[in-house]
Design a protein around this ligand. Structure first.
Ligand code: AMP
Ligand code: ZN
Length: 695
């Protein structure tokens, strides 16, 4: 598998500054002025957006910018996508290409108390055979993570975290963020290639301005700056991104053979190269950690950007390498989440919502209360068991918390304030929408309305799920439109979507031609959506995105999936009996089989593509493989992809269960020793490749 290259590849060799200066003729006249202006504007940009210390007036800045724009217009041969004039973005729309990360982007383990941080430090020390550790504390910025690659001082690619292995190439949007350097000053000493990771944020001020505008335009508001930042970064219009005023703080430097041995050194370095970095402090003792937490829990409220906690990291990069990572997060860093804000408010009533799979969710309607900056009126009670556990009575005073700052959660009852005769909440026995008696699935906390094919919210819920971004990605059908399509009789099930026409859509009440065209375009494009997402889109109970992927990879086509017995399905690794049963039940319903046939007829992908099939083998079936060291023929990521394509699993650390280690040069000494101790085979690149070549 090829790692996607950047959209700036063409420019990559133009200034090979750090490596070997290419002999160019001395630029003269306009050409020289363009270069000078670019440097000058980059410099003032850094003063303004990173250091917050402008040294020239806005008017002067604008004048220089205009001069550069004019000169560039007169010299198209000098165009450069990283010129400061390009910060304004473009309104050309472009989809996002998916790119493999060179190194996976992991998440962080969480802790909620100083004791848990202490446990983390103890585990780290143990893992290092009792070595001393130095701790650094940082803000945990609450935005959306980004990986940015620089080659010879030029930004070449910016990719979102995505699923950690693969993300969206959002370079065009990222270059509009003023505080991110596009071209590092040429006289500095940075590696010829490196990656920085950080958080893209929407500062409170931009967030408030944006929501005010949206309220004025009667557009839906963003719940918090994190959603606003993530939403903005995925816009198809970089001019709009530029306008929204994003910012970015960086907190990791990665690369081959970096000349730093500690995290703080690396952060100092990237700061000197022009990046805005996370506030980092070295903490000498656990008491210092404790003080740091206490101080920042207060002080963070006056920061210009949202934070949802702190991050503690070991400072030594050698220790990072020695500790490695679990499947999800590094062992040398941990997030500390601030205690959420809590309020007490009165329960007015409980209402019940019906989801697309018929699951009934109880919702508490509350006396409005202000919590972490927003007014809370409703909170999910999840299921009957939770209502019982909390022992909620009618009219109780409830404690409400906001965890991840968005979704309010009921965490308890103030019994002292309970009315003497109030009764415990009684869960509904019948569907609040269609009146059907509810059923409880064995082993599950949820009550379900079994009237799958006629209960309205289930029908519209499935339509909404089908069109969702991670499913068929058909734009323009939100909740309201789904209900409208259903109520007008046009769409009773997902297959009916493919009978829609522009004429039918515009015949609906208040339906604009533009919206109709957008929907039809989405429907057209959905025919190319890969098989695994089609499986996910069907709304088979318990079949989420990951399960759908597993099914596609193992079953290859829909016909086979429809035929398989529960036993056969449950024999697939990662598919449990509950999922297997649910799949069989889904396809046992005649109308579901009809829907599948109609979707096939409509041209949806009902099998893995030839290409996906061709590359897959079972040569490494069931093998757990650790990759370590530096390779000659392929990158680590390519080896990882090969392992997966051949049915194996790439795991992070060596254990008794490891099948073998695929080792390149300079395998980590700790890993080598562990493999030897456990008697695990070490296989080199050539051996591995011939293993895949053999029959
Ligand atoms: P979580 O998404 O809760 O697992 O937390 C991990 C995420 O925290 C990372 O992927 C980063 O996007 C984000 N983050 C914010 N600030 C920092 C920081 N100072 N160091 C590391 N990660 C950070
Ligand atoms: Zn119902």
């Amino acid at each position: 598998m090829q790692i996607q290259r950047s959209l700036f590849d063409d420019f990559e060799n133009n200034d090979n500054v750090a490596e070997q200066p290419v002999k160019k003729e001395q630029p003269t006249g306009d050409e020289a002025r363009i270069i000078e202006l670019r440097d000058l504007l980059n410099h003032h940009n850094h003063n303004y957006y990173v250091l917050n210390q402008p040294t020239i007036s806005d008017q002067e800045f604008d004048r220089l910018m205009r001069e550069l724009q004019d000169l560039e217009a007169a010299h198209p041969e000098m165009a450069d996508p990283l010129s400061p004039t390009q910060r304004v973005g473009s309104d050309l729309s472009h989809g996002f290409e998916q790119v493999l990360h060179e190194r996976p982007m992991m998440s962080l383990g969480n802790s909620y108390s100083i004791e848990e941080v202490q446990d983390f430090l103890r585990r780290a020390k143990d893992g290092l055979g009792g070595e001393q550790v130095e701790i650094v504390g940082e803000m945990k910025y609450d935005g959306t993570s980004i990986s940015v690659i620089y080659e010879n001082g030029r930004l070449v690619r910016a990719v979102t975290r995505g699923d950690g292995v693969r993300g969206d190439d959002v370079t065009a949007n990222v270059i509009t963020i003023r505080s991110i350097p596009l071209q590092l000053p040429q006289d500095l000493d940075y590696p010829s290639r490196f990656e920085v990771r950080g958080e893209i944020l929407m500062p409170w001020a931009s967030f408030e301005r944006l929501n005010k505008e949206r309220a004025f335009n009667e557009e839906p508001l963003f719940a918090n700056p994190r959603n606003a930042a993530a939403g903005t970064l995925k816009l198809q219009n970089s001019a709009e991104v530029a306008r929204r005023g994003l910012d970015a703080y960086f907190y990791f430097l990665l690369g081959d053979n970096l000349p730093f041995s500690t995290h703080t050194e690396a952060m100092e370095a990237i700061k000197s190269w022009g990046f805005k970095v996370a506030h980092t402090e070295t903490l000498e003792s656990i008491d210092a950690v404790s003080d740091f937490i206490e101080r920042w829990d207060k002080d963070r409220k006056s920061l210009p950007v949202a934070t949802d906690g702190l991050v503690f990291k070991l400072n030594s990069m050698r220790q990072w390498r020695n500790l490695g990572a679990t499947a999800k997060s590094p062992r040398w860093a941990i997030a500390y989440k601030f205690a959420p804000e809590r309020e007490c408010t009165k329960l007015k009533s409980v209402s019940y919502e019906v989801g697309r799979t018929g699951v009934i969710t109880p919702v508490a309607n509350l006396e409005p209360v202000l919590l972490s900056g927003t007014i809370v009126k409703r909170a999910s009670l999840h299921n009957e068991d939770i209502i019982r556990q909390l022992d909620i009575h009618d009219g109780d005073m409830l404690y409400v918390e906001k965890g991840g700052e968005i979704i309010p959660k009921i965490v308890g009852v103030d019994i002292k304030q309970r009315e003497p005769n109030s009764q415990p909440i009684k869960f509904v026995t019948h569907c609040p929408v269609c009146g059907t008696p509810l059923q409880r699935i064995e082993g599950e906390a949820a009550w379900v309305c079994p009237n799958k094919w006629e209960c309205k919210p289930q029908i519209t819920g499935r339509i909404e799920h089908f069109v969702a971004r991670h499913a068929m990605n058909i734009d323009g059908i939100g909740e309201e439109v789904a209900v409208q399509l259903h109520e007008s009789g046009l769409v009773n099930n997902i297959a009916d979507l493919y009978d829609l026409t522009i004429e039918k859509l515009v015949s609906l009440d208040r339906f604009q031609l533009k919206s109709a065209q957008r929907i039809m375009r989405g429907i057209e494009q959905s025919r190319q959506v890969p098989f695994e997402r089609v499986i996910f889109a069907l709304s088979i109970q318990f079949v989420g995105e990951t399960t759908a992927k597993v099914l596609a990879r193992n079953v290859h086509n829909i016909d086979r999936l429809m035929e398989m017995s529960a036993e056969e399905l449950a024999a697939i690794p990662e598919i449990g009996p509950k999922i297997a049963q649910s799949i069989v039940e889904y396809f046992a319903v005649e109308s579901n089989r009809d829907i599948v046939e109609r979707l096939r007829w409509a041209g949806l992908q009902m099998a893995l593509s030839e290409e996906e099939l061709a590359n897959r083998t079972t040569k490494l079936e069931g093998k757990k493989i650790v990759i370590s060291g530096v390779f000659q023929h392929h990158s680590r990521e390519e080896y990882k992809a090969m392992i997966e394509q051949n049915g194996g699993k790439n795991v992070g650390s060596i254990s008794k269960a490891t099948s073998f280690v695929l080792a390149g040069d300079n395998m980590g000494p700790a890993k080598l020793e562990k493999a030897k101790k456990l008697g695990i085979d070490i296989i080199n690149e050539d051996q591995f490749l011939s293993m895949l070549d053999s029959e």
